[in-house]
Design a binder for this molecule. Structure first.
Ligand code: SF4
Length: 317
């Protein structure tokens, strides 16, 4: 049986504010096998990034979170911060959307990569610096021996993202989380970065959680994918099944809004994503769904397995 690396069960997250609790993630369940690439898709604000930050335990203080996030059998929501620091960056690493906000502008990129290596692998300064150059070569940064002394602002967006990837893979993590890793980049650079991530992932046999709003990326990069909306998973299945046989009206809408056979960036579906403070009472998609009836408007459907491995949250799927 294939080893499960990450297993998320009944994950709920709310922001605590002056008026009480604002639920943001609701009953998130999914798991990732060794070497699997799992895609989380959805429009901005649907909870994809908060799911990733929950796994990294990089959440703001004003949140209430419950459920379990088991990584290699350990519930990372209950372990101490010292143990979490050993996992974060070493066993689970993350590539963020905008490298400029993740890199320290006053430190050279070589220093920043070295710090990750020294923190987790205890190498000497000199050895860590040499390893940084090797990593920069591995992510195809030309003249790595020279560019290791660059500051982030001296690099292009694509090069900075390569530095972020070098930092993320420095300790050969078991799980790589990539949150919209190419959204801030030019189209030509996007495909280079995605190809680079794919090559490294295959070489290191890493599992990956790929967060994106772009179904083209999901189609090309993932084995399994989940569609998120208002902090819920509405549908998930193998990527092939999801894209060829979508069952949820929202997934169908996303696919229908794209040119036939070519999954491009998501276009808006009729209506708007509801405000988390004012969600519909029943199905959270009911205000945009042409099939909505009384039951849909009153009682939220549960996610159910409609065929082997294909889960959907809809009464009419
Ligand atoms: S449960 Fe009803 S409103 Fe919700 S997606 Fe299905 S048909 Fe539409």
């Amino acid at each position: 049986m294939t080893e499960i690396i990450l297993d998320i069960k009944q994950l709920n997250l709310s922001f605590i504010n002056q008026s009480g609790f604002l639920p943001i993630l609701n009953d998130i369940n999914f798991s990732l096998k060794k070497s699997e690439v799992f895609g989380l898709v959805g429009e901005s604000g649907c909870g994809k990034s908060l799911t990733a930050l929950s796994i990294m335990r990089l959440l703001p203080q004003n949140v209430l979170i419950n459920g379990t996030i088991s990584f290699n059998g350990k519930n990372i929501l209950t372990i101490g911060e010292a143990d979490m620091r050993k996992i974060r960056g070493k066993e689970i690493a993350m590539i963020f959307q905008e490298p400029m906000t993740s890199l320290n502008p006053v430190l050279t990129v070589g220093y920043q990569i070295s710090e990750v290596i020294r923190t987790h692998e205890g190498l000497s300064k000199k050895d860590a610096y040499c390893k940084s150059i090797e990593l920069m070569k591995a992510v195809m940064i030309p003249s790595a021996e020279l560019r290791v002394r660059d500051y982030p602002h001296q690099m292009s967006g694509g090069m900075r993202q390569r530095v972020m990837i070098a930092m993320a893979i420095a300790c050969k993590p078991k799980l790589l989380i990539a949150d919209e890793p190419t959204t801030a980049l030019d189209v030509t650079i996007q495909s280079e970065i995605l190809a680079l991530i794919k090559r490294i992932r295959d070489e290191m046999a890493m599992s990956m959680l790929l967060i994106t709003h772009d179904l083209a990326i999901i189609s090309e990069q993932t084995d399994t994918a989940a569609i998120m909306y208002t902090g819920r998973i509405l549908e998930f299945a193998s990527t092939e099944e999801l894209l060829s046989n979508p069952l949820h009206p929202y997934t169908k809408g996303l696919l229908n809004s794209l040119p036939q056979q070519k999954y491009r960036k998501l276009l808006p579906i009729k209506g708007f994503v509801p405000d988390p403070k004012n969600l519909p009472k029943g199905c959270k998609f009911s205000n945009r769904c042409s099939l909505a009836d009384l039951l849909c408007n009153e009682i939220e459907p549960k996610i159910e397995e409609k065929s082997s491995g294909h889960f959907v949250r809809c009464y009419k799927a």
